[in-house]
Write a protein that binds this ligand. Structure first.
Ligand SMILES: *Cc1c(COP(=O)(O)O)cnc(C)c1O
Length: 426
């Protein structure tokens, strides 16, 4: 029996309709931007394996640092104990995070980083004696798949069975160009109610919504309104963090800084599952009390896993090398040039770019009809040896920074091929 068939007998894959899905592609090895299948075929990982990989697959430096950590200390309970990797990683994160972040709380993934931020925000207002109950979020956002994270995410078909169990959230529109004034008005109206505990947002780029982008200037205005009305701000940098938008964090494009950030995905360079919620001194301080009920009662068995922290440290070493910043700049300008050339073609609705993230939105007929075309496009890319996962009628690239010039060129050519299929289908 092949690996794919054995998989099919025992495994339930994420976001996959198991009845109709094709057999999964068995990947046995990775190197740089390439993934190698069991049959020797290789694929350019143009989506960084669900947006996590920063420096390429099986990076020798990360592998070596992780191996050393594994042979020294694989794990230790993080209540009452600590270890060098967690401390050093926290110190170094605080150095590069947007100004004002003073504490690092570890968890396991992006969803838990969001859960922790929401719980901290709500309990913060309890602890300081002015309980506020509502959270503000963007209508089309995605913050994860656990119940709290689903609650602050778009009410979409993906979460429909759980709607009755999700807590009530005040949604505002994404301030895409042209919509800015309206969003500001919506936020101002909510702020005046006085019951808003926090505003959680994906800064500059809403990933799962389809790489929807908006300007730092308008986000800065939204953060200012929150600060004026004593609403905590939570920047969910799970996808945008660690160089994706051209700077280390998307929040670096803003003058005003958030009270909390959520990190995961690129946090370990795509090597290990790890989540971080950082917060300002003001928030941390509200939990310091002789009354034990003010404690933040949250933790996971694998909190601050040393191997994951070692991967995070190694990835940060690579990220901060000048060569990596050069690669980020190279990808950004390459994307910009491709965007210019493709946006003039027929059936292109919009081309969006922020740093290393490029999204091409195709003009298509009705969306249900398009859902078949989506699979056609996905399979077409695979046949070209490129992994590109369309979000509806949107194709995006979010590559590892080590992607070579000719590999990137092949990804662009594949998108042009997809475009031809879209035009032909019209
Ligand atoms: C992926 C993502 C999450 C959830 O992270 P997981 O590790 O998949 O749980 C949260 N927020 C944003 C912005 C994301 O892109």
């Amino acid at each position: 029996m092949s690996l794919a068939e054995r998989d099919h007998n025992v495994i339930w894959h994420p976001y996959t309709q198991m009845k109709t899905a094709a057999l999964p592609i068995p990947i046995v090895r990775g190197e740089g931007a390439l993934l190698y299948a069991e049959d020797g075929t290789n694929y350019i990982d143009a989506v960084s394996s669900w947006w996590v990989n920063l420096h390429g697959h099986a990076h020798p430096y990360i592998a070596q640092q992780v191996a050393e950590q594994l042979q020294t200390l694989e794990h230790v309970i993080f209540a009452g104990f600590t270890h060098p990797a967690a401390v050093t990683f926290a110190e170094r994160l605080i150095k590069i995070l947007p100004q004002g972040q003073s504490r690092i709380f570890y968890s396991d993934n992006g969803s838990t980083a969001v859960e922790v931020a929401l719980k901290m925000a709500i309990q913060y207002w309890e602890n300081v004696g002015t309980p506020k109950k509502k959270i503000i979020a963007f209508r089309d956002s995605y913050h994860g798949d656990t119940f709290g994270a689903m609650s602050v995410s778009a009410r979409s078909a993906f979460t429909a069975p759980f709607w009755p169990y999700l807590f009530d959230v005040s949604f505002i529109d994404v301030p895409i160009p042209g919509n800015e004034a309206e969003t500001i008005q919506q936020l101002e109206a909510l702020a005046k109610t006085g019951d808003m505990a926090a505003f959680i947002y994906e800064p500059l780029v809403l990933g799962t919504a389809g790489m929807v982008m908006y300007k730092p200037e308008v986000l800065n205005k939204l953060v200012r309104i929150c600060q004026q009305h004593n609403i905590l701000t939570i920047a969910d940098e799970v996808m945008t963090g660690f160089g994706r938008t051209g700077r280390i964090f998307a929040s670096d494009y803003l003058e005003l800084k958030p009270d909390m950030t959520c990190l995961s995905k690129g946090l370990t360079g795509g090597t290990m599952a790890l989540g971080v919620t950082s917060c300002s001194h003001r928030i941390y301080q509200a939990f310091l009390h002789n009354d034990k009920s003010k404690t933040f009662f949250h933790g996971h068995s694998y909190t601050a896993n040393p191997v994951a922290c070692a991967a995070g440290l190694a990835s940060m070493d690579l990220l901060l090398q000048p060569e990596t910043q050069q690669s980020i700049n190279r990808i950004s300008s390459s994307h910009a040039a491709f965007a210019e050339s493709i946006k003039v073609l027929p059936n292109i609705k919009e081309v969006r770019q922020q740093g290393t993230i490029l999204a091409v939105e195709f003009e298509v007929g009705c969306t249900s009809y398009f859902s078949n075309l989506r699979d056609t496009l996905y399979n077409f890319a695979l046949e070209q040896g490129v992994i590109l996962r369309p979000l509806g009628n949107i194709i995006y690239i979010i590559p590892p920074y080590c992607i070579a010039k000719d590999q990137l060129e092949k990804v662009y050519q594949t998108i042009l091929g997809m475009h031809e299929l879209v035009v032909a289908a019209k």
